[in-house]
Design a protein around this ligand. Structure first.
Ligand SMILES: Cc1cc2nc3c(=O)[nH]c(=O)nc-3n(C[C@H](O)[C@H](O)[C@H](O)COP(=O)(O)O)c2cc1C
Length: 216
């Protein structure tokens, strides 16, 4: 016997409601809200961030899933003089990204981005996310994706802590120089640079452009 689609949908909704009680639903709604309200921050207050907070957000980053449970992530934290040195290197990526910037953005946005790359928005802390360097492309991809998952956890945790941050792959243009600076050119890959600080801007929400779900 074929069950009409409408009834099937009602039964599915009822089952879902039975599984998700009121308390869990309100937690769930809060969780979705937090994910959606996180923004990439590109202008920071100079206020320092305590070591405990940075450790907390990195530690929760490491609860990400990882390919074959390899947990292939490493984080470098730069503050003070070390921060200024790494920013000097990271800012050189401007040269690499400029043509693409011109292709994608209007002049005002280009200018803002150029300024951002010069001093990472004044962020007092720069975190670099590194992963293993692996000879097999499939394993390398898995390692990069695992590390990326950790970065997203970290960003959400930073947002929860009242901090702002920006995931940056522009610095991949200077990956070799970054790895040489860290003495890691043989065994590591750069995944992202993440300036972190207390936000000094409240950027508009970039609308999501596509809802690309292919139901098969
Ligand atoms: C893999 C990746 C690389 C990114 N690289 C840069 C970057 O180099 N510079 C930058 O300003 N923003 C960078 N972003 C941030 C995006 O521009 C930002 O996520 C996007 O505009 C959506 O804004 P939202 O994060 O506030 O939702 C990157 C984001 C991701 C996920």
């Amino acid at each position: 016997m074929r069950v009409p689609k409408r009834i099937l949908k009602n039964v599915q909704e009822l089952l879902e409601r039975l599984h998700v009680d009121g308390k869990r639903r309100s937690k769930m709604n809060e969780f979705y809200k937090i994910i959606k309200e996180r923004r990439s921050i590109r202008k920071f207050k100079p206020d320092p961030i305590s070591k405990e907070v940075i450790e907390r957000i990195i530690e929760v980053g490491m609860w990400a899933p990882s390919a074959m449970n390899t947990q292939p992530w490493e984080f470098y934290v730069f503050t003070g003089e070390a921060r200024d040195q790494i920013v000097k290197i990271l800012s050189k990526s401007l040269q690499g990204i400029t043509p693409r910037l011109k292709e994608l953005f209007k002049e005002k946005m280009q200018k803002f981005t150029l300024g951002f790359f010069q001093n990472m928005g004044g962020a007092p802390v720069i975190v670099l996310a590194l992963t293993h360097r692996l000879p097999v492309i499939q394993y390398q991809e898995g390692a990069i994706q695992s590390c990326a998952a950790a970065v997203q956890n970290l960003l959400l945790a930073a947002h929860m802590e009242g901090l702002g941050a920006c995931w940056m792959t522009g610095p991949l243009w200077v990956e070799d120089e970054v790895l040489t600076h860290l003495g890691r050119q043989e065994d590591a890959r750069l995944v992202a640079a993440i300036p972190i600080g207390y936000p000094d801007q409240s950027p508009p929400v970039p609308p999501r452009k596509h809802k690309t779900i292919h139901w098969m």
